[in-house]
Write a protein that binds this ligand. Structure first.
Ligand code: PGA
Length: 256
């Protein structure tokens, strides 16, 4: 179980699934199924067109809503982009930054991750920065180097005094959508590497207070074994978060 100073966070990454109507019916079905777990922060990450509808459907509930990406600037001639001001204006509180699918298909780099992280912190959005190695990198024994580089560039120039809301999600690319979950030992080892890098880049105090989530084929039946480890503070869930019963079970199993 994560440290008492780090509240467990379970986030549902719906990727490019669910219309606004489907997102609202998920939220309405999920709320009673999930019950109340005061020791768990639950975050839903719908697609841009569903954000406002989910914020409204989750009003009067501690559930929070995250965007899956954002631009780092407040406004400008950037067709197709969404700014932090726009997200805040509709009640979004969290934002995913640097998901591996953004890195793989949309040219997200460690440098743009850094710009987005600075912007999210400046705007009071809780950033969930995703990092993780590819299979070939793991097989070549490069996991530690890849994670240290991704985290150190993401944190470059971040003021430790303003970094407190920071959340990191460790998502090994080989485990995303593949049904191949990292063993708790593999995840724990990666989380320790990430925490050590936060200590080096920011401070040991922030390393101790920053939540590090695991993501990659999290399901109801493996959530408890992952979330019970000291250095794992929650989960970022893709496929298994699309169904309200399955996601409610993950929340309950992580809280147990
Ligand atoms: P998955 O996705 O749970 O379907 O593996 C996780 C993610 O991409 O955030």
């Amino acid at each position: 179980m994560s440290s008492p100073t780090r509240k467990t966070l379970i986030a549902a990454n719906w990727k490019m699934y669910k219309t606004p109507a489907e997102s609202v019916s998920f939220t309405r079905a999920f709320i009673p199924l999930a019950g109340r777990h005061p020791n768990v922060e639950v975050v839903l990450c719908p697609s841009p067109t569903s954000l406002a509808a989910v914020v409204e459907a989750a009003a009067n509930n501690p559930i929070r809503v995250a965007a899956q990406d954002m631009h780092w600037l407040d406004q400008g001639a950037y067709t197709g982009e969404t700014s932090p001001l726009m997200l805040k204006a509709i009640g979004v509180t969290h934002v995913l930054i640097g998901h591996s699918e953004r890195r793989q298909y949309f040219n997200e780099t460690d440098t743009t991750v850094n710009l987005k992280l600075k912007s999210a912190l400046a705007h009071g959005l809780v950033p969930i920065v995703c990092v993780g190695e590819h299979l070939a990198q793991r097989e070549a024994n490069q996991t530690a180097d890849v994670l240290k580089l991704q985290v150190s560039v993401a944190l470059e120039g971040i003021d430790p005094a303003a970094a407190h809301p920071l959340v990191i999600a460790y998502e090994p690319v080989w485990a995303i959508g593949t049904g191949r979950t990292a063993t708790p030992e593999i995840a724990d080892e990666a989380h320790k590497i990430i925490r050590a890098q936060i200590a080096q880049s920011l401070s040991s105090q922030l390393a101790a207070s920053t939540r590090i989530l695991y993501g990659g084929s999290v399901k109801p039946d493996n959530a408890a074994s992952l979330c019970c480890l000291d250095d794992i503070d929650g989960a970022l869930v893709g496929g298994a978060s699309l169904d309200p019963t399955s996601f409610a079970q993950i929340v309950a199993n992580s809280a147990a």
